[in-house]
Design a protein around this ligand. Structure first.
Ligand SMILES: *[C@@H]1O[C@H](CO)[C@@H](O)[C@H](O)[C@H]1NC(C)=O
Ligand SMILES: *[C@@H]1O[C@H](CO)[C@@H](O)[C@H](O)[C@H]1NC(C)=O
Ligand SMILES: *[C@@H]1O[C@H](CO)[C@@H](O)[C@H](O)[C@H]1NC(C)=O
Ligand SMILES: *[C@@H]1O[C@H](CO)[C@@H](O)[C@H](O)[C@H]1NC(C)=O
Ligand SMILES: *[C@@H]1O[C@H](CO)[C@@H](O)[C@H](O)[C@H]1NC(C)=O
Ligand SMILES: *[C@@H]1O[C@H](CO)[C@@H](O)[C@H](O)[C@H]1NC(C)=O
Ligand SMILES: *[C@@H]1O[C@H](CO)[C@@H](O)[C@H](O)[C@H]1NC(C)=O
Ligand SMILES: *[C@@H]1O[C@H](CO)[C@@H](O)[C@H](O)[C@H]1NC(C)=O
Ligand SMILES: *[C@@H]1O[C@H](CO)[C@@H](O)[C@H](O)[C@H]1NC(C)=O
Ligand SMILES: *[C@@H]1O[C@H](CO)[C@@H](O)[C@H](O)[C@H]1NC(C)=O
Ligand SMILES: *[C@@H]1O[C@H](CO)[C@@H](O)[C@H](O)[C@H]1NC(C)=O
Ligand SMILES: *[C@@H]1O[C@H](CO)[C@@H](O)[C@H](O)[C@H]1NC(C)=O
Length: 544
């Protein structure tokens, strides 16, 4: 929609968009913990149940298990939880394994009994709300998976069309094949009509493609989602397989839902993702994710290309990069720990989703350093790793969430100020400014033989202001002109904020609260002492 028209719509509170806008605003300040329900927590004390992700079977995680572990999630500073699709899925061991992840819906009007009862789900929602936290449901409307086994030796698309009733028996609310697109497999991903109307899956396990262009079907889905939202108490939706469904369907559906909607469009190009930001509140920031992983996978990564992609999304998305789902890991992609075990690169990549314009999303288990690769290895049972609140990553994530909260309440318009990048010529360092926060990244890695040097000459802070790196609670002093000049020898990132802002959060770096006069390390001074003798050994970046 034209931006000016949208603005008029909001000002005059018509066009049916006002609820959507309000709910997106409420999500803007949130940070989300993503859960694969079957793998996050067993209820009670059955923690020793074995679970082999490669077996592709249900492992026993439940909604009640999540409810029992909300302290663990909230303790990290998250105030929203995204859970697996909760509806009844195809039962039994299919050629692709069991539907433990929830993405093969069969009956949208009933809930997946493997995860507990509908009351357990309502209880999870109520428990979240009593803590001031939000519930995000993952929903799939693109396809339904009919009961298996269908006649796998005989299945053909023609047959599915010829035997409409028994093909879709058990599927609800779409009880026969007339609710689905005419069968065909997606072969050409450049043909968007084909992507939207043909089927995913294959002959042994067809995913019947719901005819979402049909007004009757769209109406049923709109009514259905409204009922789910009010029955369960849902605050936001994560929309699955968005690019397989037409934009006009999404416009109607998201308006009807009336809660925050964030869509999955797997693409490395903002050209492809940006049109969807006009028909839903936000997309998962996949284009940035591709570049983020590449940027910190090794010291050869390209930081400049990461910056270009974020800049593209700031320009081309309906709400800028604000409210996009910012993530490093999810259930569909290898965990970052499977890509590199370099602790410095991992720390840099982990910080990223928390310091730019999007809503940070953490995939369960990242806080325990899980490192499973491609699906299904990245669906580890968290109970095997334990719920260790002293894990260094758990603590790091906690600090980042606290820092965001402190920044948000500092009065510096943190949530509405787009990030600005200061690039360096060396290609291995980057400074990211989002007042009152300045984040410093490097992809030199942990085995750095000399040092990196961030020389930010712009005045991002007040002159000689006392700063804290919230990841280490070390103090620094800004330069005379409000820039920063910092040397590091461990390849780790830094997230700097003024002490005055950090003090706004009682739990963040409590040691800087004491009125000590000694400064732990004043790198500006240190730098002037060591700069000359060491300059030929390291990277010296000036940011213009
Ligand atoms: C699991 O715990 C139960 C109860 O503590 C115990 O009886 C059982 O042997 C344990 N199983 C395994 C595999 O550790
Ligand atoms: C959720 O269930 C537990 C028991 O499992 C109960 O103690 C608690 O009161 C319920 N909470 C809500 C909000 O219904
Ligand atoms: C499956 O289809 C084949 C070929 O049409 C047929 O011969 C066979 O009897 C069918 N099997 C079942 C279990 O219906
Ligand atoms: C499927 O439909 C065909 C034709 O309508 C019928 O002959 C067949 O018995 C049905 N199969 C099942 C398993 O219901
Ligand atoms: C779908 O679930 C509802 C609610 O449990 C149930 O009444 C209905 O029979 C189910 N539909 C099918 C086709 O199994
Ligand atoms: C795929 O679709 C595109 C766009 O519709 C079309 O230009 C192209 O020729 C198709 N490719 C093949 C191999 O059919
Ligand atoms: C795109 O796919 C649709 C549906 O399969 C087909 O009708 C159409 O001819 C295709 N267009 C091109 C340009 O290949
Ligand atoms: C469909 O995909 C499954 C899972 O990858 C595979 O086991 C099966 O052989 C495939 N069937 C066909 C007909 O390609
Ligand atoms: C996006 O579209 C612009 C303008 O059409 C084009 O210049 C650019 O190359 C495209 N980028 C990608 C990644 O496709
Ligand atoms: C996206 O990925 C495709 C295929 O891997 C590649 O050709 C293309 O250059 C990538 N585009 C961007 C913007 O990185
Ligand atoms: C990094 O990516 C940018 C495009 O974003 C490109 O212009 C530049 O050449 C790349 N640098 C290297 C070293 O590959
Ligand atoms: C930092 O950058 C400024 C401006 O480019 C330069 O004048 C200054 O010498 C640099 N400082 C160091 C220590 O390299």
């Amino acid at each position: 929609m034209d931006r000016i028209l949208l603005l008029i719509c909001i000002l005059l509170s018509f066009c049916g968009l006002e609820t959507l806008a309000a709910n997106a605003q409420k999500w803007r300040s949130r940070s989300i913990y993503q859960i694969v329900t079957d793998r996050f927590a067993l209820s009670g004390t059955r923690y020793n149940t074995s679970c082999d992700p490669t077996a592709l079977r249900y492992c026993g995680g439940t909604w009640q298990g999540i409810t029992e572990h909300l302290d663990y999630i909230q303790g990290m500073g998250f105030d929203a939880v995204w859970i697996s699709p909760p509806f009844t899925n195809v039962e039994g061991f299919t050629p692709f394994g069991e539907a433990y992840h929830g993405y093969w819906p069969q009956n949208l009007t009933s809930y997946n009994a493997h995860f507990g009862t509908v009351n357990d789900l309502k209880n999870l929602s109520a428990s979240l709300h009593s803590r001031g936290m939000y519930l995000m449901l993952d929903v799939v409307v693109n396809h339904m998976v009919p009961p298996t086994p269908i006649n796998t030796t005989a299945f053909s698309l023609e047959q599915a069309g010829a035997n409409p009733k028994n093909f879709s028996s058990g599927v609800a609310p779409f009880t026969d094949v007339s609710y689905f697109h005419k069968p065909c497999w997606i072969g050409n991903y450049s043909n968007q009509t084909e992507v939207e109307q043909c089927w995913l899956g294959n002959e042994t396990m067809p995913w019947a493609d719901v005819n979402t262009e049909d007004a009757g079907v769209a109406g049923m889905l709109s009514q259905w989602i409204s009922k789910v939202i009010s029955d369960i108490g849902v605050d936001g939706l994560r929309l699955s397989t968005v690019k397989y469904v037409s934009q006009s369907f999404w416009r109607t559906f998201t308006n009807q839902a009336g809660v925050f909607t964030m869509g999955e469009v797997i693409s490395n190009s903002t050209n492809h993702t940006s049109p969807y930001t006009e028909v839903m509140d936000a997309v998962l920031d996949y284009p940035t994710w591709f570049k983020l992983v590449a940027a910190f996978a090794s010291p050869q990564g390209n930081l400049s290309s990461l910056v270009d992609t974020v800049t593209d999304s700031q320009k081309s998305y309906e709400s800028g990069a604000f409210m996009t789902g910012a993530f490093l890991e999810n259930h569909d992609q290898p965990r970052f720990g499977a890509i590199t075990n370099d602790s410095a690169l991992r720390a840099n990549a982990m910080v990223w989703p928390f310091i730019y314009d999007g809503i940070p999303i953490l995939y369960y288990g990242q806080e325990q350093g899980l490192s499973g690769g491609e699906v299904p290895n990245n669906h580890e049972p968290l109970w095997r790793a334990g719920y260790n609140t002293s894990h260094p990553y758990y603590k790091m994530i906690t600090s980042l969430n606290l820092a965001r909260k402190a920044a948000t309440s500092s009065g510096d318009y943190f949530l509405t100020t787009p990030v600005k990048f200061f690039r360096s010529a060396d290609g291995h360092t980057l400074a990211v400014s989002k007042p009152p926060m300045l984040s410093l990244f490097t992809n030199v890695g942990q085995n750095i033989s000399s040092f990196v040097h961030w020389n930010v000459t712009q005045s991002v802070f007040r002159s000689r202001e006392q700063l804290v790196d919230v990841l280490t609670c070390r103090e620094h002093l800004s330069a005379e002109n409000g820039g920063v000049d910092i040397v590091s020898t461990n390849g780790m990132p830094k997230v700097l904020m003024p002490v005055s802002v950090v003090k706004g959060s009682p739990e963040l770096c409590p040691q800087v609260r004491s009125n000590r006069v000694t400064r732990q390390l004043d790198y500006s001074t240190l730098w002037s002492l060591i700069a000359v003798p060491f300059i030929s050994l390291g990277l010296t970046a000036s940011f213009a």
